[in-house]
Ligand binder design. Structure first.
Ligand code: PT1
Length: 263
């Protein structure tokens, strides 16, 4: 899954497609083209930054960012387009615009999000995030992060099934870097074999995150590419089915090597 942020303030690639506050179609599609050539399977378009410290965005602003991006991708490529959103109005609108998947870091917890997602009939990814991005990194605490994240995801899966979302349309994500210290992230990463042995496919996003920077002592997200590729490969080795990444070509090479060696 290739990350296409349409936010003027993304943590590692923010504003690349923008001239001032205007999203530039040619810049956006150029990046999508690089991902397509690199072997991307799914595009993930996000109009709300959810990195630590980020502030919420209005429905109007989110729609203005995401809707054109979905249409441009659907016009140019025959690849599935996922939309990273927690907003039920955005879910319905992007589904009408041809989106193929909903990726919700709030696991359909917003008012009417379960109903909106169910009404689209699309696959949904539900992620663990214990607080809002603005304050989620202030003193994260768990008695047992693996147990608590697993339980949370089970509860959200039950809610999704209850709302009429088909079991075959559910993907889960432990939410690396969302209200978690390096110790928490590592415990969850080491538990991936158990998490992926459950009933639902697991998606993982570690690309260029602080977790990688903490291990390698790299402040600049762009200096975290090789470390991110290594983690993505380890995640897939642990049974993860979808990796959400900025750097598609090197990740696809690493995963092809892994598949080849596994035989
Ligand atoms: C993710 C994810 C996402 N991550 C899914 N969607 C982000 N399903 C956005 C840091 O620690 O993992 N899974 N959508 C990006 N959010 C973050 C979080 C970015 C933490 C950076 C960090 O640096």
């Amino acid at each position: 899954m290739g990350i296409l942020n349409v936010t003027p303030d993304s943590f590692s690639d923010g504003g690349r497609f923008y001239t001032g506050h205007t999203l530039v179609k040619s810049h956006f599609l150029e990046q999508a083209e690089i991902m397509a050539e690199g072997g991307v399977d799914i595009f993930d378009v996000g109009g709300e930054s959810t990195r630590p410290g980020a502030l919420p965005v209005s429905t109007k602003e989110e729609l203005a960012r995401v809707l054109p991006a979905v249409s441009w991708l659907k016009d140019r490529f025959s690849l599935p387009v996922s939309v990273d959103t927690s907003n039920p109005e955005v879910m319905r609108a992007v589904a009408d615009a041809g989106a193929d998947m909903i990726n919700d870091v709030r696991a359909l917890t917003r008012n009417n999000a379960l109903q909106a997602a169910a009404a689209t009939g699309l696959p949904v990814c539900m992620m663990h995030m214990p607080a809002e991005p603005a304050d989620m990194q202030i003193n994260p605490h768990y008695d047992d992060v693996v147990v608590e994240v697993s339980r949370y995801l089970s509860v959200r899966v039950a809610a999704a099934l209850d709302a009429g979302i088909d079991a075959s349309n559910i993907v889960i994500d432990p939410g690396f870097g969302f209200g978690k210290t390096l110790t928490h992230n590592l415990a969850l990463f080491r538990a991936l074999p158990e998490l992926t042995a459950g009933d639902y496919p697991v998606l993982v996003g570690v690309s260029r995150k602080r977790m990688v920077g903490d291990i390698l002592n790299r402040d600049d997200p762009k200096a975290r590419v090789f470390g991110s590729v290594a983690l993505a490969q380890l995640a897939v080795q642990a049974g993860v089915r979808i990796v959400r990444v900025h750097d598609v070509a090197p990740t696809v090479d690493a995963l092809r090597i892994l598949e080849f060696v596994k035989g």
